[in-house]
Write a protein of this length. Structure first.
Lengths: 111, 285
C-alpha cells in the first residue's frame, strides 16, 4: 500500500528539499570503545560548513570537543584530546545545500 | 513562520513562472502569428518586480532556517555568512543579478527571447539547491538539477502561457486570431505537460524512494493534493482543446474558454503554492 501510494504520487513531483540525515557515526551510538582519536559523523548529503557543527560533552556536561570541527562534504570530524573512561554525548546540527537544518544527538561510552 | 515562508516562495516562483511563460509564448506568437496584437504587459512588470523583491526575503528566511534562529534574518553578519558561505547564497547573488536585469528588460521592453532567457535562468537556478539535486542517484547532482530545472521551466511555460492567453481573450482579440494563438499554445503546451509529468515522476522517485528514512504523511498528503489539482488542470485543458476551441467563433464558447483558462490558471497558482509548501516540508524522517 505504501509503495503504491508512493508510485501514485510519483506521477507528479515538486522541487522539494532534503534534509541532511546522520547516516553513520564512528564511534557508533551507544557503543563502548577505547578513547577515539576522531569522532566521524557521516551525513546523507554534503553539508554547509558555515551552518553545521557538533559538540562533544562529557558526563558532567563539559565541552571536550577539542580542535574545531572539520567538515568535508558529508563528513563531520571532531578531534578531541584523550578521553577518560565515561559516557560522552555528541550533539550535532547539520545544514544541507537545501538550507534545511537538522539537529540530533547520541551517546557513546569510553571504556 | 512556515506560512510566511511558503507565501514568499510561492510569490517568487509564481512571479518568475508568469514572466518566463509569458515571454516564451509572446516570442512564439510574434513569429508565427504576427497579426496578433499582444497585451501591453502591465501584469508581468508587476510580476518581475515581485520576483525581485521576494528574492531577498527568501534569502533572509533561509538564513534564519539555517541558523535555527528567526532573529538571524535581521542579523547582517548572519546574512553575510548565508550569502558568501553557502551554495544557496552564492546562487542567490547570481539570481538577484538576473532579476535586476529582468526588471530593466521588462520596463525597457527588451526582446522577448532575452526576457525568456533571463527569467528562465533565474528560475532554473533554483534547482541547484533542490532536494532532487541532493538526492540524485550516486550523488550525480546533474540528474536532479536537470530534471528539477525542466520541471520548473515547463510548469512556468504552462502557467505563464495561460496568463497571456487569458489576457488575449479579455481584450477582445478577433476569434480567428484567438483560435490561432490557442492552437499554438496547445501545441507547445502538450510538449511542456509531457515533460512536466516525466520530470515529476523522476523527481518523485528520487525524493521519495531515494531519500533516507520513512516518507512523512504530511508530505505525501500535500503531494497528493498537488497531483489532484494538476489532474484537474489537465482535464480543463482537454475540455478547452477538444470541445471549446473548435467552436471558438461562437460568443458562448469564447466566454466558456476564458472562464476555463482563468480556472486553470487559478489551479496552477494553487499548485505552485503547494509546491512552495512541499519545499519546506521534510519528505522523509
Amino acid at each position: 500500500m505504501h509503495k503504491s501510494l508512493t508510485l501514485l504520487f510519483a506521477l507528479l513531483a515538486t522541487p522539494a528539499f532534503a534534509h541532511a540525515h546522520l547516516q553513520k557515526s564512528t564511534p557508533a551510538a551507544n557503543s563502548k570503545v577505547a578513547s577515539p582519536q576522531h569522532i566521524v559523523l557521516r551525513f546523507s548529503e554534503a553539508l554547509e560548513p558555515a551552518f553545521s557543527g557538533a559538540l562533544l560533552l562529557d558526563q558532567d556536561g563539559r565541552n571536550v570537543s577539542g580542535a574545531p570541527v572539520v567538515i568535508d562534504g558529508p563528513l563531520m570530524t571532531l578531534t578531541p584530546g584523550k578521553l577518560v573512561a565515561g559516557v560522552y554525548h555528541v550533539s550535532w546540527h547539520s545544514v544541507g545545500h537545501d538550507t534545511h537544518r537538522m539537529d540530533g544527538d547520541f551517546n557513546f561510552t569510553v571504556k | 513562520m512556515i506560512a510566511f515562508f511558503t507565501i514568499v516562495r510561492w510569490l517568487h516562483e509564481a512571479s518568475l513562472m508568469l514572466v518566463f511563460g509569458g515571454a516564451m509564448l509572446r516570442s512564439i506568437l510574434r513569429s508565427r502569428l504576427p497579426a496578433l496584437a499582444l497585451p501591453p504587459g502591465r501584469i508581468r512588470r508587476l510580476a518581475a518586480l515581485a520576483a525581485l523583491l521576494s528574492a531577498p526575503l527568501w534569502l533572509g528566511l533561509a538564513t534564519a532556517q539555517m541558523a535555527g534562529d528567526n532573529a538571524a534574518m535581521f542579523d547582517p553578519k548572519m546574512l553575510a555568512l548565508g550569502v558568501t558561505q553557502t551554495l544557496f547564497g552564492q546562487t542567490f547573488l547570481l539570481r538577484f543579478a538576473l532579476l535586476v536585469l529582468l526588471c530593466f528588460g521588462v520596463l525597457l521592453k527588451w526582446r522577448e527571447g532575452v526576457l525568456a532567457i533571463l527569467s528562465g535562468t533565474a528560475l532554473v537556478l533554483i534547482s541547484l539547491t533542490s532536494h532532487a539535486a541532493a538526492t540524485s542517484p550516486a550523488h550525480f547532482t546533474a540528474i536532479g538539477i536537470t530534471s528539477d530545472g525542466l520541471h520548473l521551466l515547463t510548469g512556468g511555460f504552462w502557467i505563464g502561457g495561460l496568463a497571456l492567453l487569458a489576457g488575449l481573450f479579455a481584450r477582445g482579440t478577433p476569434a480567428v486570431l484567438l483560435a490561432g494563438a490557442t492552437a499554438i499554445f496547445a501545441e507547445w503546451g502538450m510538449i511542456a505537460v509531457a515533460i512536466l509529468v516525466m520530470t515529476g515522476m523522476l523527481n518523485a522517485a528520487t525524493i521519495l524512494l531515494g531519500g533516507e528514512g520513512h516518507d512523512t504523511a504530511t508530505y505525501l498528503a500535500v503531494l497528493g493534493a498537488k497531483l489532484a489539482l494538476v489532474a484537474a488542470m489537465v482535464a480543463l485543458a482537454l475540455v478547452n482543446h477538444f470541445r471549446l476551441l473548435p467552436k471558438l467563433a461562437e460568443d458562448a464558447s469564447q466566454a466558456a474558454l476564458l472562464r476555463n483558462i482563468r480556472q486553470e490558471l487559478g489551479l496552477g497558482m494553487l499548485v505552485v503554492a503547494l509546491a512552495a509548501w512541499l519545499g519546506l516540508l521534510a519528505p522523509t524522517l
